[in-house]
Design a protein around this ligand. Structure first.
Ligand code: NIG
Ligand code: FE
Length: 429
């Protein structure tokens, strides 16, 4: 088997059978909301996946599919090791397009300063905004692709990426273009986060800034098809609930899907998310019983971001309580240079899983089918006929090892739309 690497090889034929796989977790037929037990996972033993034109056309018993492949002269991509396959992971919340580094902020936090204190001193998000404005388009494209490929090496085949470090008409467009042009096999789903903070150099107040972004930037983003989603940071140091409501209503009228960075330090974001039917509310570290009650009665996905808790040394969002309350919980890395510098989705999902007592099914669902729901993408997150053939294979015969190894078991093969985009030497556990 080739060494770890990118690119295509002769196994990338469009119509083929891939297998056999020791275990295949479909992530199909799971409840959209609430808790999930491991017994609810649909598993196929000795499985094969028939792929054509980037899509799964059939999944089932390998011996039967092999017979069909012989009869119809379909190429077989033979897997000669014990492997467990799952849908390619989906990271539904990242900020992987940025300039500079915030290692200095991190050192300050280790010395006792808080994230908000650093922001008030002129560091934090504003520091990254200045470095991102200085970076050229090509540089940002390369940085974004580099980060995306690191996620891909961990089995992540679809990645949401936010702007939000430009914060002027031109710099936000530059970021969104960099996200669109980034050269990576992973799918990047762009979100406009021009409402991240009020930039320090804007001549006017928060309302005036949002008015300008909604009036000038969002129509241009729509027209140039640079993003289909709009996000806003609802927080004391960013935007108020009332300002966010007005801004998001305008975004909705332009046809954008809505997302909120909410309840990170103070509440208000999740209530607004349910009111305006946002796709998701993300963070939720500060969410309590009232918010759980609102979220469980809504269609809003609760996206928890363990990477931000790990990066800030703060408690995790109450994922167990949200699931027990009946909410739909997805897990994302929030990879960014400030609050969440690690950028390892699987490791972070495993870590919140052990602290919050999430079942293996809940953890995997949070980075597959439920993450797809957060992005309003019905074509992925599940291994089933008709879905995109985004697949991650791990060298083990027991699916539980993927979570048990807390992120250290990396996928041996990753397929994007049926093409193997990563292969590494299988290693012993
Ligand atoms: O999701 N909370 C707001 N935004 C990002 C952090 C961005 C940064 O610190 O650079 C987050 O944590
Ligand atoms: Fe974020």
């Amino acid at each position: 088997m080739p060494q770890c690497g990118w690119g295509t090889n002769d196994s990338n034929m469009t119509n083929k059978l891939i297998g056999p796989f020791t275990q295949l977790l479909t992530m199909d037929k799971l409840p959209e909301k609430g808790s999930i037990s491991d017994g609810q996972l649909e598993m196929i033993h000795n499985a094969g996946i028939m792929v054509d034109n980037g899509k799964i056309i059939e999944i089932g018993d390998y011996s039967k599919l092999k017979q069909k492949a012989y009869e119809q002269k379909i190429h077989i991509e033979y897997i000669d090791n014990e492997m467990v396959v799952v849908p390619g992971f989906i990271d539904c919340h990242t900020h992987i397009c940025w300039g500079g580094s915030r290692a200095g902020d991190y050192a300050k936090r280790l010395s006792g300063k808080t994230y908000l204190e650093i922001a008030q001193e002129g560091g934090g998000i504003w520091d990254t905004v200045q470095k991102t404005r200085e970076a050229g388009l090509a540089e940002l494209e390369a940085i974004t692709a580099h980060h995306a490929n690191q996620l891909l090496a961990g089995g992540v085949t679809s990645i949401e990426v936010k702007s939000g470090y430009g914060l002027t008409f031109h710099d936000e467009l530059k970021m969104l273009k960099a996200i669109k042009n980034a050269d990576t096999p992973a799918d990047l789903i762009a979100t406009c986060l021009a409402a991240h903070i009020l930039p320090k150099d804007f001549k006017g107040n928060a309302d005036e800034y949002l008015l300008k972004m909604a009036g000038e930037l969002l129509p241009r983003v729509k027209e140039q098809k640079l993003a289909g989603r709009v996000d806003i940071f609802v927080e004391k140091t960013a935007f108020t609930v009332d300002a966010a409501r007005e801004y998001l209503q305008k975004a909705k009228a332009l046809g954008f899907d809505l997302v909120i960075h909410g309840d990170q330090f103070t509440t208000g974001g999740s209530k607004l998310a349910t009111e305006i039917a946002a796709l998701s509310v993300d963070h939720l570290e500060a969410c309590g019983n009232i918010e759980v009650e609102l979220l469980k009665n809504s269609n809003v996905v609760s996206v928890v971001l363990p990477g931000a808790s790990i990066g800030l040394g703060e408690p995790f969002a109450p994922a167990r309580k949200l699931l027990d309350g009946g909410a739909c919980v997805a897990i994302a890395s929030d990879w960014n240079p400030g609050s969440a510098p690690m950028g390892d989705l699987l490791a972070q999902a495993c870590i919140i899983g052990v602290y919050e007592k999430l079942t293996i099914a809940e953890t995997l669902s949070g980075i597959t089918n439920r993450a797809a729901k957060a992005l309003n993408l019905s074509d992925r997150g599940i291994l089933k006929a008709g879905k995109i053939a985004d697949i991650a294979a791990f060298k083990t015969s027991d699916f539980r090892e993927i979570i048990y190894r807390q992120g250290m078991l990396r996928p041996t093969i990753v397929w994007k739309k049926g093409e193997s985009v990563l292969k590494r030497q299988p290693y012993k556990l």
